[in-house]
Design a protein around this ligand. Structure first.
Ligand code: URA
Ligand code: SF4
Length: 202
């Protein structure tokens, strides 16, 4: 894939970035999705949460974490004492990747090529928002922000650094909690990680 670089503005703020996003054809995902889903939140948020990619609901509505994973994230943020409206929420990949099964659209994990192609948007968001802490939600975001060697399961809840030196912390993706067979335990662990993130902010 050519990657998003030629579509990403190298000046301006979130408004300009969001306005530029729909034109992106940095990879093939733009062709099959309904729309691009931009990050949302305050331009100077102290905390930035990075998910994987929009899901079916997000693709239809055009808003991040609007579906089942988003509802779980809302509950977990609430339990951790974090106000969703204070947080900048975005995804490593900005278009929905799926396969079809009859009329249903089934989530398909983005390939490494999609993650790489879309990374310039994420990097630009990081520059603009300049959060004090980045919360990495799951393996795709970890790959986008740190690289292939990082294992979320080995480092969840720890303070880590992005290659840029920015402070970060990784935890699981809320979808993994939604699907968990040990829901109560996994929800509690997810909340504990978000609380740790809040503590890291001080
Ligand atoms: N999962 C994500 O990673 N991001 C969303 O916006 C929705 C579901
Ligand atoms: Fe561009 Fe990212 Fe969409 Fe690919 S997924 S077309 S790189 S915005």
């Amino acid at each position: 894939f050519p990657g998003a670089n030629r579509w990403v503005p190298n000046s301006g703020g979130l408004r300009k970035l969001t306005a530029a996003l729909p034109a992106c054809h940095g990879c093939d995902l733009a062709e099959h999705a309904e729309q691009v889903v931009p990050g949302e939140g305050p331009a100077r948020a102290a905390l930035m949460l990075v998910g994987e990619q929009p899901g079916d609901v997000e693709d239809k509505q055009g808003h991040v974490f609007a579906g089942p994973a988003g509802r779980l994230l809302d509950k977990a943020l609430d339990a951790a004492g974090i106000d969703r409206s204070d947080v900048f929420l975005t995804n490593a990949v900005k278009h929905f990747r799926y396969t079809t099964k009859g009329k249903r659209r089934i989530h398909k994990t983005p390939a490494v090529g999609h993650i790489t192609a879309c990374r310039p948007w994420l990097e630009r968001e990081l520059r603009i928002v300049s959060p004090r802490l980045v919360v990495i939600l799951g393996a795709v975001a970890a790959r986008a922000l740190i690289g292939p060697g990082f294992k979320v399961t080995e480092h969840r809840g720890e303070r880590v650094e992005l290659p840029s030196g920015r402070a970060a912390m990784a935890t699981v993706h809320p979808s993994a909690v939604v699907r968990s067979e040990r829901f109560r335990e996994d929800f509690a662990l997810f909340v504990a990680d978000l609380q740790a993130a809040r503590d890291l902010l001080g």
